[in-house]
Design a protein around this ligand. Sequence first.
Ligand code: NAD
Ligand code: UDP
Length: 348
Amino acid sequence: MRNILITGGTGYIGSHTCLPLLKGGYKLTIIDSNVNSTPTSIERIKKILKNNFSENQISFFKGDIRDKPFLENIFSNAIKENNPVEAVIHFAGLKSVSESIEKPLLYWENNVFGSICLIDIMTKYECRNIVFSSSASIYGNTSFEPILETSEIKPCTPYGYTKVAIENILASIFKSSKNSWRIANLRYFNPIGAHESGFIGENPLDTPNNLFPIICRVANGKMNELQIFGKDWPTIDGTGIRDYIHIMDLADAHYAALEFLFRNKPQILNLNVGTGNGTSVLELVNKFMKVNKCNVPYRFTEKRLGDLPFIVANNTQVTSILKWKPKRNIEQMCIDGWKWQQKNSNGY
Ligand code: NAD
Ligand code: UDP
């Protein structure tokens, strides 16, 4: 069984990605500091898979990627066990755009310094395959055209800058030894929803800032109302447009990226992972209410600082290179996300 290190693996995207990887027969070494998650997600993954995996396929170690001795232990023990880490899927990072504006150093330190520690130890142990969680927030899109990988890189927040910095570090590492690194920077658009079982889902330990978890909380009465940031954007209904992608489609994209890297020569890929379809805030709220037969009270407020009207992927690269395509529509995202929320109204 090929051993894959999953940093940040108990978090939202990491936990969902474990499912296709386990089904595909990989061994997963999951590490997480649990600064924004709980290891309970691993128990839930096991519950979803029932008897269709073996216990020795998953191990979890609580620790921080900035802690090099901790990382060294992971890599050296894997070698001692005759199952070296062959690739890393690197999710670990802080992700709140607003917090990054208030505490920029925390974001540079955790995300960028943390990634440097990880890449350093990977190099030392000759593990040179990595799938990295990048983000659409690296683009400064002011047009109304779907974004290409070659579109202008112009982040608006410290969070976005940390993603650009990590991509740049990976690019320079690749250039320094072209014949060894296999790197896929997956630039996610807006992942929402949950696994169809409702056993795992997004579990922000703090108050959520993103639209979908707020809609879920308003719908089940945990929050009074949704504030819609702006009603006069130059869009179909005046509200902001995003490219929402079902979390399980995103999970499958990681599986496809990893397999692609293993099958192909050393290279560095930058891929937009989105559906290519735009949905406005009002459209999302209305679909959520319709398919789930529930109410989401909302009110229009001021625009949010730094917001952009239209962020949608041109996903031609990812679909053609990885032979992956998103399968689930907005309705499915709303149904699955609501299922998770209802089953776990207080999180895990
Ligand atoms: P998440 O917070 O649920 O998961 C991230 C995990 O990393 C958490 O479990 C957290 O405890 C862990 N972590 C953070 N810093 C760590 C450190 N120094 N050492 C070890 N573990 C650490 O977030 P997510 O939504 O699953 O996001 C995963 C990755 O994808 C992040 O890097 C995020 O920036 C990126 N991303 C997310 C989105 C999104 O909308 N969710 C969009 C684009 C990119
Ligand atoms: N949004 C909103 N109210 C909220 C949170 C978000 O109206 O409480 C809007 C936001 O302006 C944007 C869309 O919802 O148009 C998606 O925002 P989110 O923060 O989820 O993702 P991002 O802006 O980072 O793509």
